[in-house]
Design a binder for this molecule. Sequence first.
Ligand code: NAP
Length: 259
Amino acid sequence: MDYGIKGRKAIVCASSRGLGRGCALALAEAGCDMVINGRDAARLAETAAEIRDRFGVRVTEVAADVGTVEGQRALLEAAPQPDILVNNNAGPPLRDFRDLSRQSMIDGVVNNMVTPIELIQAVIDGMAERGFGRIVNITSLSVYMPITGLDLSSGARAGLTAFLAGVARPVAHRNVTINSILPGKFDTDRIRANIEHGAKKAGVSVEERRKQQIAEIPAKRFGTAEEFGQACAFLCSAYAGYITGQNLRLDGGLFPAAF
Ligand SMILES: NC(=O)c1ccc[n+]([C@@H]2O[C@H](COP(=O)([O-])OP(=O)(O)OC[C@H]3O[C@@H](n4cnc5c(N)ncnc54)[C@H](OP(=O)(O)O)[C@@H]3O)[C@@H](O)[C@H]2O)c1
């Protein structure tokens, strides 16, 4: 499908691996030039090379921590007038909420709420002036459905969701949209690490834990970064200008609700 965004410029945060990488690949397939990001420069360079080879688009690598002021500055210097912003960052580690220090709670809120808001502050007016903007935030199904041990992730992302619900409406008439995608369980390094942690805690093998998690999902499998990326590319497409302020659950049916 032609998404109508060939030649658009995208910033895809935290995109050297996993879901962010899935979004970068799908946007590249749609013809977007882009800035990609991650802290490990070597891993980032591999992903950049793959995107250039496969899709022939322009890719700029910004090896930096997106949660820092300097990291954000570097991203914005590499693409001062982006048409598309995909907000992503690592989530907080699995931890009993009793063990969270004040500093770790502040870090979680900065990484998963403040950082995407700061990037949106920097790009939204330019998008509105130019009459095109697509902002997609990678959050989590935990916004709807609590996951014990990921309470900080749920709280920070729910805060982001509520914050952006108000931000999205005033720019909708300028063809600027803000939506979030809420992953359920996707087969990435992040979920593999969580499964290992859960297996150790429950005293079962990693394979057993993986099977247990898959059994709970109506689709009977984890999602792939590729299908996540394609959903993101559609929300960034020329045809998605009437979809804004939405939270798209991508979870293989895991969240049991009619609405
Ligand atoms: N996978 C799932 O099923 C799932 C479910 C719910 C929510 N989520 C959320 O979705 C987001 C993406 O998850 P994922 O599964 O794709 O994770 P992942 O496979 O661990 O990939 C994380 C990516 O982010 C980059 N990154 C991490 N911290 C960064 C930082 N401070 N600055 C810049 N880049 C950074 C990593 O590269 P470097 O390490 O080199 O920096 C890597 O490219 C996370 O917030 C996660 O909590 C995922």
